[in-house]
Design a protein. Sequence first.
Length: 261
Amino acid sequence: KALAKEQKRELWQIINPQARRLPVPVGNVVGGGLHSTHYSYRTVFQEFLLIPQEKSFKKNVSLMQSVHSHLKKKLNAKVMNDEGAWQTSLDEEKILQILYSFKKIKIGIDIAASTFYKNKSYHYQDKTLTSEEQRDYLTQLQKKYNLFYLEDPFNEEDFSSFAKIPRSKNHLLVGDDLTATHFPRVKKAVKSKAINAVIIKPNQNGSLLALQEIFSYCKKHNITTILSHRSGETLDNALADYAFGFHADYIKCGIATKWRE
């Protein structure tokens, strides 16, 4: 930032002055798991995400904000979590049914499975699943609601289960806790065919040079890149510069009215 200010340039120009392509926003609209504490009964999935399909970034954000505002009534929601996502007492499938009814937008889930994994099982409010049963359950949800995006569907050390989830070029299987913006873990995930997309968090790594190395490796191996904040971290707009400068394919962003700035 100091260098950009001294040279009277934008931050992204310091990273890559040739950058031209904006990422697609991924918006968090319903929160659960460890990110939401308002209801005693809540979905164990951490985030329900919208991936719009408009032709411009501005139209994509506008569409997500419109859906977000309509969701308050549909979810019977009264409060948002710290990321601007609605909190609700509805279960996973009811939330997906509501999101599936919206047009021109794809659906994603950050499952954050490590947060409800204990004693080699996945513990939901109404059931406990083995790794094989978890794979079958998520595959069923993927087909039923045409889920475009699945993030961290298994425990963060279970590379082999990630590799067994059905995927195609039309579906993103995303590593976050699995990869932790750590280059050796990213390489392990790619080589074991555990993912075809990865979350990249600048402050999880701490080095822009290392981020550049991860982005370059992912592009070389056709891995979709998603630039993201960390929960509770910052609203610093440098994240937008990183996403643009490093040519991230997507950027996770807050879309509630109070987070627009």
